[in-house]
Design a protein around this ligand. Structure first.
Ligand code: IPE
Ligand code: IPE
Ligand code: MG
Length: 262
């Protein structure tokens, strides 16, 4: 079983994988269960996938767990999701700390209730010295909100005289976005449940990420699905605007097929 997790050669692995974990509600409905059951089984899938990602050797895994727009769901569902998050943080604490995983988060976590924020901040601090894998939870996260926040920070820097508009490059701008300070570039996005949209996830980071869509509902997503997505990724040629020939020449020179954005 463990071998299956090592099916993709390390040189062809993405460094940073993001997952839009979708389909909990439909998974439950198709079984005549309340949506909450779907979220609970979804939390089990999170456990499985984090374990597998660590074993496979990914550098970073970002899980889109709750979007800025998800606050508009019925209050009972929001409450259940928050309670589940709190439970997850408590139950996974030891495993995260023992396995060299550093927990970070992106999103407007100040909007989370204190009973989630406190264990979240606590585990982030406790795991800050770990460096085998980053587990990033996108909580109360929106891509547009994040870009807007960065634009605000850049505008402030210009007004303060710390930055002049002429010197703003994509790299400078990105430096004002929280994820870029913590995470390697996003290589692969996975979305479950057959939806083909981004739903306000990593809008900026997706510029050159590879996309993998699967019909599998998130509660059913397991190690085999992760491996299938990684195998799919390993077959892709990432050209970053160049030609195939250029990419081949660059890869030859680097002695590896894998490379990040130039
Ligand atoms: C994903 O599953 C979980 C969250 C968005 C929090 P959904 O709850 O969106 O499930 P569907 O899309 O309704 O099936
Ligand atoms: C995206 O799923 C957000 C998360 C998985 C946390 P949604 O279920 O909220 O997305 P839409 O509403 O179908 O676009
Ligand atoms: Mg959904």
């Amino acid at each position: 079983m463990a071998d299956e997790l090592l099916a993709v050669p390390a040189s062809r692995l993405p460094r940073h994988v993001g997952i839009i974990m979708d389909g909990n509600g439909r998974w439950a409905r198709s079984r005549g269960l309340p949506r909450e059951k779907g979220h609970e089984r979804g939390a089990d899938a999170v456990r499985t996938v984090v374990r597998a990602a660590r074993r496979i050797g990914l550098s970073a895994l970002t899980l889109f767990a709750f979007s800025s727009q998800n606050w508009d769901r019925p209050p009972e569902e929001v409450f259940h999701l928050m309670a589940l998050l709190r439970r997850y943080l408590h139950e996974e604490r030891e495993e995260i700390l023992d396995n060299g995983i550093r927990l970070v988060s992106v999103g407007q976590t100040d909007r989370l209730p204190a009973y989630v924020r406190a264990p979240l901040e606590d585990l982030k601090a406790a795991s800050a010295g770990n460096d085998d894998m980053i587990l990033c939870l996108a909580l109360s996260y929106g891509g547009r909100e994040t870009i807007t926040e960065a634009a605000r920070a850049v505008a402030r820097a210009c007004l303060d005289g710390r930055l002049s508009p002429e010197t703003i490059t994509p790299e400078v701008f990105e430096g004002h976005m929280a994820p870029s300070r913590l995470l390697p570039p996003l290589d692969l996005l996975i979305r479950t449940s057959g939806e083909h949209r981004i739903s306000n996830f990593f809008l900026w980071e997706l510029a050159y990420a590879e996309l993998h869509f699967t019909e599998t509902m998130w509660p059913d997503f397991g190690r085999e699905d992760l491996v299938a997505a990684l195998l799919d990724y390993s077959q892709r040629e990432r050209r970053f605007g160049r030609t195939s020939e250029q990419v081949a020449a660059l890869d030859g020179r680097a002695g590896t097929k894998r490379k990040d954005a130039p």
